[in-house]
Design a protein around this ligand. Structure first.
Ligand code: PGA
Length: 248
């Protein structure tokens, strides 16, 4: 029941001409009609890319401010990015948490601003290596969700998107095994069932992220609770990204 999604998080990569050829390559490729494809370029490219892809690919932003407007130098609001064609944003990516010190409280504010503005989001969670080594990854991830996301009502959670991205797997080439991914995804779905209902839990897309690529996507996407992927490095070339889109 949950929507299948493959999303590319381009991070701070690609010059403008490279970004244009990447979307051209994706548009030319074969994409199954039941998979939602999303691209998260630098916000600078959102306008041009969203004009180009029309409704075929959702274009989103990697970051945004929960504030409406005003004296916030360097920030961009949800209304501003929406006016350029962005339909979705990432919230809580581990790089935002670790490098830019975004707290659970900051992320909750972004979640609430998104809901208020009718702006979709992918809520990212995942444990760092030391937490995995200590064996406390389930309570760590549950706390991230409880602190920033699980205050939403059942209606607001319906059709939401969560990305589980173990920090030790991001950009390291060290993917979680399909059983590690499935185990966490199943837990996340069971927490949503407990907190809301199984109807809500079945409607939420739970994506895996962290060194997911054209070699391992098929095995990961075959897991019953993995509804797709949030892809970094392997999303930067049309051929590998298209293979991932077709990996279900
Ligand atoms: P990666 O990044 O696929 O390069 O590990 C994933 C992400 O950070 O979303």
């Amino acid at each position: 029941m949950a929507q299948k999604i493959v999303a590319g998080n381009w991070k701070m990569n690609l010059q403008f001409d490279e970004a244009l050829s990447l979307v051209e390559g994706i548009l030319e490729g074969n994409r199954p009609s039941d998979v939602d494809v999303m691209a998260f370029p630098t916000a600078l490219y959102v306008h041009a890319l969203s004009e180009k892809v029309k409704d075929e690919i959702s274009v989103g932003v990697q970051n945004f401010s929960p504030k409406e407007s005003g004296a916030y130098t360097g920030e961009m609001s949800i209304s501003q990015v929406k006016s350029l064609g962005a339909s979705i944003g990432l919230i809580g990516h581990s790089e935002r948490r670790a490098i830019f010190s975004e707290t659970n409280e900051d992320l909750k504010e972004k979640v609430d601003a998104s809901i208020a503005k009718g702006f979709r989001f992918i809520f990212c969670c995942g444990e760092p290596l030391e937490i995995r080594e200590a064996g406390t990854e389930f309570s760590y991830v549950k706390n991230q969700l409880e602190a920033s996301l699980f205050h939403l009502s059942a209606n607001e959670m319906m059709n939401g998107i969560i990305a589980y991205e173990p920090v030790w797997a991001i950009g390291t080439g060290k993917t979680a095994t399909s059983s590690q991914a499935e185990e966490m995804h199943a837990e996340i779905r069971s927490w949503i069932t407990e907190k809301y209902s199984s109807e809500v839990a079945q409607s939420v897309s739970i994506l895996y992220g962290g060194s997911c690529n054209n070699k391992n996507a098929q095995e990961l996407f075959a897991c019953p609770n993995v509804d797709g992927g949030l892809i970094g490095g392997a999303a930067l070339k049309p051929a590998s990204f298209l293979e991932i889109i077709n990996a279900f």
